[in-house]
Design a protein around this ligand. Structure first.
Ligand SMILES: CC(C)(COP(=O)(O)OP(=O)(O)OC[C@H]1O[C@@H](n2cnc3c(N)ncnc32)[C@H](O)[C@@H]1OP(=O)(O)O)[C@@H](O)C(=O)NCCC(=O)NCCS
Length: 153
């Protein structure tokens, strides 16, 4: 197994368009639908990094910052911040863009943890991450604190 990989190699971008059946009675994108899209983006990212089937172990620090409306284009980016042993933390951000103004704004940010499974559905080790950019290094270092906090519960 390769010992180290770059997080840029598994960075995943997913694009969606908010349709009427994605919205609540207020006409804004349902939180659960957005989290579902973010879960899929981060699962693709985790599985491409691990080269294994991965399952969601936890979702935390989910912050709904702004609403999105019908017709908005949603872009979701998922990137591995750090690998522990069999688990990986994925940082996910979601942006909404208005078609006419082409203005984009951050609507959500969260951290997902995925666990890689072997052929017997047992947790299995994953290549480590070598952070390159300043932002990757910051997220790599702070991942330990977030892990401690999420494993408390
Ligand atoms: C996640 C799961 C595989 C962990 O299995 P387990 O037998 O408890 O495994 P372990 O206790 O050996 O832990 C394995 C890793 O998971 C991590 N983990 C377990 N529970 C966790 C949680 N709630 N949050 C974050 N990480 C968690 C452990 O810290 C460990 O990480 P490490 O190897 O990097 O140190 C298991 O609980 C499971 O299958 N859960 C259901 C997953 C699911 O159905 N997801 C939704 C559909 S994809």
């Amino acid at each position: 197994m390769i010992k180290y990989k770059k997080s840029a190699d598994s960075e995943t971008t997913v694009t969606e368009v908010v349709c009427p059946n994605d919205t609540n009675p207020m006409g804004i994108l349902q939180g659960g639908r957005l989290v579902q899209w973010m879960d899929i983006a981060s699962a693709v990212c985790a599985q491409n990094h691990a080269e294994k089937i991965c399952v969601t172990a936890s979702i935390d620090s989910v912050k709904f910052k702004m609403p999105a409306k019908v017709g908005d284009i949603i872009t979701i980016k998922a990137k591995v911040t750090r690998v522990f042993n069999t688990s990986m933390e994925i940082h996910v951000v979601a942006w909404a863009k208005k078609i006419v103004s082409q203005k984009a704004y951050l609507i959500n940010e969260a951290y997902f943890t995925f666990v890689a499974l072997d052929d017997n559905a047992k947790a299995t080790n994953v290549p480590q991450i070598k952070p390159s950019t300043l932002q990757e290094k910051k997220l790599f270092l702070s991942a330990n604190t977030r892990r401690k906090s999420r494993l408390k519960f």
